[in-house]
Write a protein that binds this ligand. Structure first.
Ligand code: PXP
Length: 239
């Protein structure tokens, strides 16, 4: 199972002083040394953390999967087609949110998402849709024609002990449904060191996309070690 490490939070810290450090590109290098199979960045419309320049430099030097998270807008599609990341994850985006709050409304945005996925995939870049763990949304994602989905694990991650099993089952069912439709599935959001194992044990998952918990741990122990420890946890769940 692959681990994609999201380095947006390093850029958030840089933007606290609008300076040049810490550098998300440097963080990506160290994350790769720690075993990251991919680097994820979210280029937001307001450029609140990652800048266009970061994306350009990362594209030039990242030797592992570069996953660009973005909204399905004309501007972002143009950037993706120009920079050519290894994959694009389409996410909903609200200016006022602290982080992505939930999966895409694939039903309501079906036409726009289908158009976006077709343009991006037409350029040879696989598209993943960030969706809630719902069989209906998986079915619509299949109709949209995306190669992959990323199942939102936020509700599982935030659930109290009583409800966590119920939320886990929703993720398991969503992965199963995606496989049955020939869609590859990933998972992410809110995953951390205590809660990752149950998700990493799900059969059929291609990869996990994790940011906040790894960067938080990295602040204390260093990014290379933080990534290595997460990789060890995920690998210990190999079936
Ligand atoms: N996947 C998606 C689509 C996201 O938007 C984010 C947050 O940027 C993540 C995964 C990682 O979430 P977290 O930072 O909570 O690990």
């Amino acid at each position: 199972m692959i681990l994609g490490v999201n380095v947006d939070h390093v850029a958030t810290l840089r933007e606290a002083r609008r300076g040049i450090e810490p550098d998300p590109v440097m963080a990506a290098t160290l994350a790769i040394l720690g075993g990251a199979d991919g680097i994820t960045i979210h280029l937001r419309e307001d450029r609140r953390h990652i800048h266009d320049r970061d994306l350009k430099i990362l594209r030039e030097f990242v030797p592992v999967e570069l996953n660009l998270e973005m909204a399905a807008t004309k501007e972002m599609i143009g950037i993706a087609l120009r920079i050519k990341p290894d994959m694009v994850t389409l996410v909903p985006e609200k200016r006022e949110e602290l982080t992505t709050e939930g999966g895409l409304d694939v039903k309501r945005q079906k036409v726009n998402l289908k158009k976006a996925a077709s343009r991006i995939q037409g350029a040879g870049i696989p598209v993943s849709l960030f969706i809630n763990p719902s069989n209906d949304d998986i079915a619509v994602s299949g109709e949209i024609g995306a190669s992959m989905v990323e199942i939102h694990t936020g509700l599982y991650a935030n659930a109290n002990a009583k409800n966590q099993e119920r939320e886990l089952i929703k993720v398991v069912k969503a992965v199963r449904e995606a496989s049955s439709l020939g869609l590859q599935s990933n998972a992410g959001h809110g995953l951390n060191y205590p809660n990752v194992k149950k998700i990493a044990e799900i059969e059929g998952l291609r990869g996990l996309y994790i940011g906040h918990s790894i960067i938080s741990r990295a602040v204390l122990v260093g990014i290379e070690r933080a990534v290595r420890e997460m990789k060890e946890l995920i690998n210990s769940c190999k079936l």
